[in-house]
Design a protein around this ligand. Structure first.
Ligand code: 5GP
Ligand code: MN
Ligand code: MN
Length: 251
């Protein structure tokens, strides 16, 4: 599918979604187009350091969208209490870069996000759209919100309510914008694919995580958007993806 050009006029009765993810504290050069609802599908930081979260929140505050929806990704380590508990047990030496994380620095890190609606296995209704967000993804080197493939992930996807219009997850479903060229592998979650195609059938599914998969696809029911702004080399050069969807009638 082709993305909507950023300067295309919005059809009457539509809501314009601006989708991004994987900005990894590199938002300075990102040109943000006009729209009604901003969606960020996780990995807005490198480690979830409070300084990064504050900077991201300030940037969100400078943007003109009616609603800004944000979820965490595997890089927002401080948003995952179980990850942080493990890290403390291992005396912060799990990965060398993680020694920057100190217990006093992450308490209530979520409360630093004052300029958006933060979703974590939760939903919000805006402009008549039911939007659900979840940060979990298949295990990959033990970062935040990692879970084993299969039952553990399925239990998270089973929390997604039927009637969800817009699904936001950090990782892709199997087979949609999930190709990792250097591994010659599709790494999306098959349980997420089944949940999206057989149970939820949302209008839009926004994710990121696999930077190489940036783009848009459809299965005829759901539009799939991998909105990774950063490339695999962490260059923030992929433009935000714009999608217009008819605004549901509000009762
Ligand atoms: P990030 O560290 O930002 O979550 O992911 C960056 C890159 O790591 C992705 O673009 C992809 O190349 C690689 N990656 C992330 N998760 C996986 C995974 O589950 N399997 C494989 N093979 N690569 C992954
Ligand atoms: Mn990323
Ligand atoms: Mn990621």
């Amino acid at each position: 599918m082709d993305p909507t050009p950023h300067d295309a006029p919005k059809p009457p009765g539509y809501t314009r979604f601006v989708c991004i993810s994987d900005t990894h504290s590199r938002t300075d050069m990102v040109h943000m187009p006009y729209g009604d609802i901003l969606i960020h599908a996780g990995d807005f930081s490198e480690l979830g350091l409070p300084s990064e979260v504050k900077k991201f929140n300030d940037w969100l505050g400078s943007l003109q969208y009616e609603y800004k929806i944000v979820i965490a990704g595997n890089h927002e380590l401080t948003f995952d209490p179980e990850f942080m508990a493990d890290l403390i047990q291992q005396d912060f030496y799990y990965l060398p870069s993680m020694t920057k994380l100190r217990p006093e620095s992450y308490a209530n890190v979520q409360s630093l996000l004052t300029n958006c609606i933060y979703l974590q296995d939760s939903e919000v209704t805006v402009r008549g759209f039911r939007i659900y967000g979840s940060p979990w993804q298949p295990w990959h080197y033990g970062w935040g919100f990692n879970l084993p493939r299969g039952q553990a992930l399925l239990e998270k996807w089973n929390l997604i309510p039927e009637g969800t219009d817009i699904l936001v997850t950090h990782g892709p479903p199997l087979g949609f914008l999930d190709w990792v060229p250097k591994k010659l592998q599709r790494v999306g979650c098959v349980e997420l694919l089944n949940t999206v195609q057989r149970r939820i059938r949302p209008k839009l599914h926004v994710f990121g995580h696999i930077h190489e998969g940036y783009g848009i696809m459809t299965d005829g029911t759901t539009t799939f958007v991998n909105s990774s702004v950063c490339t695999v080399n962490f260059q923030p050069i992929n433009p935000p993806i714009v999608i217009d969807i008819p605004t549901p009638c509000r009762t």
